[in-house]
Design a protein around this ligand. Structure first.
Ligand code: ADP
Ligand code: MG
Length: 615
């Protein structure tokens, strides 16, 4: 038999290798932006069309390339960044493998225009599926412009694998931020289709963060700085009171490269331990600088994990640096003008001699149950029959089924011996008992049931929101004073995407300039909530559910609304509120579990109780 092993043609090898480097438009964005950084640019412009599927273009004002280098740059393992193995241990550039351009050129149509400082004329190269289509002199500005058109045009399987534009754009924004944050002295911009999403001037890190995440960050950031022999730490953490429930904004940069490190994250989280609300995550933007010799550089550049030589020491330094900053912030509350004025203006003792409790903006009399009456319709057939079934099952007394009650009397007669007992039972028919402001206990025919108040209310609200979607019947309460809401780019594009759904459930929101929405109205039954807080909470939850629910926007929104509007564990309820909640719960299609599948009700039978008391 003849030999069967062959070398793959370059084009095929390149295509295979490309899969490792370029998974989606955002990976190409990362590679191009890093090349622009390595070229010493001070201004980097990113232009994308259709979330990078049709065009990704990066224009820089860096060193540019000679004609030969321009041609060479598309060869595999062609790099100007290392020459010998030793160089590997001193790498400060973002790239060094010489793979990115070769990979990208294998799976897209690429146009490169470049000119070096001092050169009269530049060069333009068109390359498609690793094949050079044309090369000519061109009159272009100093620096480099690379356009990647129709990514994966020749790898349909990959192209089909791409997510919708919103998702792909979100990945691009993420990569853009990961490059823009650690390089605040460089100007960046990001254009998508006809909008400029970011326009970042060169400046300090704090300005950069404010330009990306909103000017409100001005008062949220606490500086962190520490220089040790092993690591230089510099950056900001977010004040604990602005911590988020989602993992949100957590950025580590190692030698200006974005990295993920659960280990170092733990260091930060533990520094925040005592000051962070439960279930919240610290937000941070921290630059670590170490000698490149002390990190494992064999790690693939597209991966974000790193291995440190002095991991434990870095952990300890990081933790103590943050603790120190938090301490300074707590003990000597910054020289923030507002805060100081507040301290000085505070009377030592109030005039009437009594310290008033701080007021909260929430209406303490707000009853989440009564407000429903106004917007809810009469119970449907299904609700009625569900209620009836439940009544049959539990024989809980209500007005709807008086006959059942009599039956129940008979049924339970044998367990109630004395008149007194009977009396008590009578008055307790509808009585419920709240345990630890968290659970509602109620009689049922065969024993008692325990209802988780928060979970139960979530179920009720969840079905109501889904119902609103289905019936296209929402009620909007106009805000007396429309509020503006400034968001970071990711959240802004998320709300943009969700606008039709938000409208369907009663929100009246419109875009209002750059990364800002104006809230004109809210769903009628949320009129007692702070609309901006509610929307922010909604987005947070939406992102949390995103992995699980993917593109099911309605389901996700319904869950998120329910989560945010539900009465919480810890809230004291009146008898009436408890009864209303139970009635509403049993009018649901699926009363027994929360939207997330946790139980809402647990029952304990008298038999079980008897057993416990060894009867
Ligand atoms: P690497 O960055 O790992 O060296 P790339 O494939 O990304 O590999 O780029 C290959 C080479 O092309 C780089 O080493 C650099 O010399 C050159 N190059 C790429 N992009 C630019 C750019 N924007 N400006 C100047 N030179 C560039
Ligand atoms: Mg590179």
């Amino acid at each position: 038999m003849s030999d069967i092993i062959q070398l793959l043609p370059d084009s095929v090898a390149n295509q295979i290798a490309a899969g490792e480097v370029v998974q989606r438009p955002a990976s190409a964005v990362k590679e191009l932006m890093e090349n622009a950084l390595d070229a010493g640019s001070t201004n980097i412009k990113l232009i994308v069309k259709d979330a990078g599927k049709t065009l990704i273009q990066v224009i820089d004002n860096g060193c540019g390339m000679s004609e030969t280098d321009a041609r060479m740059s598309f060869e595999r393992h062609a790099t100007s960044k290392i020459r010998k193995a030793d160089d590997l241990f001193a790498i400060r550039t973002m790239g060094f493998r010489g793979e990115a351009l070769a990979s990208i050129a294998a799976i897209a149509q690429v146009e490169l225009k470049t000119k070096r400082t001092g050169d009269e004329i530049g060069v333009k190269i068109d390359i498609e599926g690793s094949e050079v289509k044309s090369q000519e002199a061109c009159n272009c500005p100093q620096g480099t412009s690379i356009s990647i058109k129709n990514l994966f045009y020749n790898v349909p399987a990959r192209r089909n694998f791409l997510k919708n534009d919103t998702v792909e754009l979100r990945h691009i924004i993420e990569e853009f931020q990961r490059v823009a944050i650690p390089n605040p002295e460089i100007a960046f911009s990001l254009h998508h289709n006809t909008t400029e999403i970011f326009h970042l001037e060169g400046g300090q890190l704090k300005q950069r963060l404010m330009a990306i995440f909103g000017s409100s960050y001005n008062t949220r950031l606490i500086p962190v700085e520490e220089n040790t022999g092993i690591v230089k730490i510099k950056g900001f953490v977010i004040k604990p009171e602005f911590a988020k429930k989602t993992r949100g904004e957590q950025f580590f940069f190692l030698n200006k490269r974005f990295i993920k490190s659960p280990y170092l994250h733990h260091a930060v989280q533990s520094a925040f331990e005592e000051v962070l609300p439960k279930d919240s995550f610290a937000s941070y933007f921290l630059m670590l600088d170490v000698d490149p010799k002390t990190i494992d550089i064999n790690i693939h550049p597209t991966k974000t994990e790193v291995k440190f030589e002095d991991e434990k020491a870095i952990y300890a330094y990081l933790r103590s640096a943050i603790k120190k900053s938090l301490g300074q912030f707590n003990i000597a509350p910054s020289l923030d003008f507002d805060q100081e004025a507040y301290l000085y203006n505070m009377p030592l003792k109030p005039i009437d001699g009594v310290f008033k409790q701080p007021t909260i903006t929430v209406d303490p009399n707000f009853n989440p149950f009564t407000s429903e009456g106004a917007t809810r319709n009469k119970p449907s057939e299904r609700e009625l029959s569900n209620r009836n079934n439940w009544e049959k099952m539990y024989s809980r007394n209500t007005d709807i089924q008086p006959e059942l009650e009599i039956k129940q009397e008979e049924d339970t007669q044998h367990t109630i011996d004395t008149d007194w007992d009977n009396e008590l039972h009578e008055s307790n028919k509808k009585a419920t008992y709240q345990l630890h402001n968290k659970y509602i206990l109620s009689h049922i025919k065969t024993g008692f049931m325990i209802i988780d108040q928060q979970g139960a209310h979530e179920r009720v609200l969840y079905e109501r929101v889904l119902d609103t979607f289905e019936k296209h019947k929402s009620a909007t309460q106009q805000e007396l004073f429309p509020k503006t809401m400034e968001l970071n780019a990711t959240d802004f594009s998320l709300i943009q995407e969700l606008l039709p759904e938000l409208k369907a459930i009663g929100f009246d929101i419109s875009e209002f300039g750059k990364q800002t929405f104006i809230v004109n109205g809210v769903p009628a039954d949320t009129a007692n909530f702070d609309s901006v807080k509610l929307l922010e909470g909604l987005i947070e939850n939406y992102k949390l559910n995103f992995q699980e629910l993917r593109s099911n926007k309605r389901e996700n929104l319904a869950r998120s609304m329910a989560r945010n509007m539900a009465i919480k564990s810890g809230k004291l309820l009146t008898q009436e509120e408890m009864n209303n909640l139970i009635d509403e719960l049993f009018a649901c299609k699926m009363p027994y579990s929360t939207p997330n599948g946790k139980p809402t009700i647990s029952t304990i039978s008298t038999d079980e109780l008897d057993k416990r008391f060894k009867k």
